[in-house]
Design a binder for this molecule. Structure first.
Ligand code: ZN
Length: 274
């Protein structure tokens, strides 16, 4: 499809009214996830409107013969829109995802071939199992097997592969995925954008180092593993995405374990709450 054609069809799509999500389908998805159930009535209504916009603007496709049902698409849309709930009006918030259209869903985990660069400059070719992937200005790829894990277990662990990948997207809006997304104005009431950035960088860098030590101690000396997904220790971008999952899925546990990061993510995702 040419760019012009795509732009026109998107403009046409935007001019039409957004159809409401059928109530029975909406409740079916909402009821599966404790963190969606826990939202206020006002937040649920906003999430439904955001999800409808999301479904209108994105193109879903199933890989390897996977046929996507409405319930599957809505399961993805609803979780993807949770980070947008307090980022302004629905139309303005959904623009955080306006650099891509495609969402590709694989039935199982995906095998990806990657060149890995280590600190000594050595490049090795590896095959990795992926549950999802977000490409800058490109599609989001997700594994349905990962999404469809038991919601209660996901709640306990504070995980959601959908939130993970879409928070990478938010992180990538100001450049590559590095764990430093662009921050809302008046972040945490700090006087300047420079002060906001320094506070963000300092807080995340020290938490990332502490997390890396805790993971290493648990692996080498058998000490209890930290609650947060150990995958977060692989890179600052992954630490940010893993922390976002925990913040949205099980905030009370996250705030207890990482109060300083909870404050940062509240400043990013709930800029008007003081
Ligand atoms: Zn990731």
């Amino acid at each position: 499809m040419t760019w012009l054609h795509r732009t026109w069809s998107r403009l046409r799509a935007m001019a039409r009214p957004v159809p409401e999500i059928p109530a029975s389908l909406w409740l079916q998805v909402l009821q599966k996830y404790p963190f969606l159930q826990a939202l206020s009535l006002e937040e649920k209504a906003k999430l439904r409107a955001l999800s409808a916009l999301f479904l209108r603007q994105k193109q879903f496709s199933g890989a390897h013969g996977l046929v996507l049902s409405d319930a599957m698409a809505l399961t993805i849309a609803a979780q993807a829109c949770v980070p947008l709930l307090h980022r302004g009006e629905a139309q303005q918030a959904i623009a955080l995802y306006d650099d891509f259209v495609g969402i590709v869903v694989h039935p199982g985990t995906m095998v990806a071939a990657r060149d890995m660069h280590d600190e000594a400059g050595l490049v090795s070719h590896r095959r990795m199992m992926l549950e999802g992937e977000a490409m800058q200005h490109g599609p989001v790829t997700l594994s349905w097997a990962a999404i469809a894990q038991d919601p209660l277990q996901q709640n306990e662990r504070g995980t959601s592969v959908v939130i993970h990948e879409f928070c990478h997207k938010i992180d990538m809006r100001n450049g590559g995925a590095d764990g430093y997304p662009s921050l809302p104005g008046h972040f945490l009431g700090l006087a300047s954008a420079a002060e906001a950035r320094q506070t963000w960088e300092r807080t995340w860098a020290s938490a990332f180092a502490a997390f890396g030590h805790a993971i290493a101690k648990s692996q080498r000396f058998g000490e209890p593993a930290p609650w947060l997904d150990s995958y977060g220790a692989t890179a600052p971008a992954e630490f940010f995405a893993v922390a976002c999952e925990a913040f949205f899925v099980n905030r009370s546990q996250f705030a207890q374990e990482w109060p300083q990061l909870d404050r940062m993510l509240a400043g990013l995702f709930r800029p008007d709450a003081r």
